[in-house]
Design a protein around this ligand. Structure first.
Ligand code: CA
Length: 225
C-alpha cells in the first residue's frame, strides 16, 4: 500500500514533533509547518492526504486555514484544539474540518482517527471516480454533466443532458410526455408536450439512440438498451 502523507500545521514545535514522530513510526510520511501560511504553501507542494491543523496559529486562524485548504485541495482535515468549548468545535466542523481532537491528546487515538478519516475519504473518493454510468457505447460522467459516445463528447444542451440521463437511468420504463415534462422541465413549465418530442428526436440523433429510445405511440417513450 502506498504511504499516506500527513501535513501537520502546528506552531508549538514540541507538539508538532510528537505528531511527526508518532505518525512516522506508523509508516506515514509527515511534513510540518509552523504557521498557517506555511501550511497552505506546503499543502500545494507536498500534496498531503490529510492535514492535522492547530486551531490557534500565530498568523491565521485555524478556521481560515481550514477553509483555504478545503477549498483549494479537497483535503480531509482534523483540527487540533486546546479549547474545551463545544461551540468552537462545531464551528471548526462547519468550516470544513472532518474531525477535531482536543489537546492534550493520546497519540494512538490521533493515529486511529486519521486512519478512519483516510478510509472514509478514500471510499468517498472512490465513489466519485466511479460516478460513471456506462450504457452500451455511452458513458455519463455526472460530475461533469457530460455524456461520451465512445471517446467523443456529445454536444448536449442542459435539458437534453437531463432527459438523456433520465432515460439511461430508467431503462425499459415507459414515460408519458406529461411525466417527462414534469420530471425534467418541472411542473410549472408552460410549454406543451411537443417540446418533449423535439428533445427526444435531438438526443436520439446526437447520442445514436434511434433504435433504442423508442416511441410508444400515443403514450410516450422508453429506452430499451
Ligand atoms: Ca497553537
Amino acid at each position: 500500500m502506498e504511504e499516506k502523507r500527513i501535513l501537520v500545521i502546528e506552531d508549538e514545535k514540541p507538539i508538532a514533533d510528537i505528531l511527526k514522530y508518532g505518525f512516522e513510526k506508523e509508516g506515514f510520511l509527515v511534513s510540518c509547518a509552523y504557521t498557517g501560511a506555511e501550511g497552505f504553501a506546503m499543502a500545494g507542494k507536498e500534496q498531503p492526504d490529510l492535514a492535522l491543523l492547530d486551531w490557534m496559529l500565530p498568523d491565521l486562524s485555524g478556521v481560515d486555514v481550514c477553509r483555504m485548504l478545503t477549498e483549494q485541495y479537497k483535503l480531509p482535515i482534523i483540527m487540533l484544539t486546546a479549547r474545551g468549548n463545544m461551540e468552537d468545535k462545531l464551528y471548526g466542523l462547519e468550516s470544513g474540518a472532518d474531525d477535531y481532537i482536543t489537546k492534550p491528546f493520546d497519540l494512538r487515538e490521533v493515529v486511529a482517527r486519521v486512519r478512519t478519516i483516510l478510509r472514509r475519504f478514500d471510499k468517498a473518493h472512490g465513489t466519485l471516480e466511479s460516478e460513471r454510468l456506462v450504457c452500451g457505447p455511452l458513458t455519463v460522467v455526472e460530475r461533469e454533466r457530460s455524456v461520451y459516445r465512445q471517446e467523443e463528447l456529445l454536444n448536449l444542451t442542459p435539458r437534453e443532458y437531463d432527459l438523456l440521463v433520465f432515460f439511461l437511468k430508467h431503462p425499459r420504463q415507459v414515460f408519458t410526455r406529461t411525466v417527462l415534462l414534469d420530471r425534467i422541465w418541472g411542473y410549472d413549465f408552460a410549454g406543451d408536450t411537443r417540446t418533449v418530442d423535439i428533445h427526444v428526436q435531438r438526443i436520439r440523433r446526437k447520442a445514436g439512440l434511434e433504435e433504442t429510445l423508442v416511441t410508444i405511440f400515443g403514450v410516450g417513450y422508453k429506452y430499451v438498451p
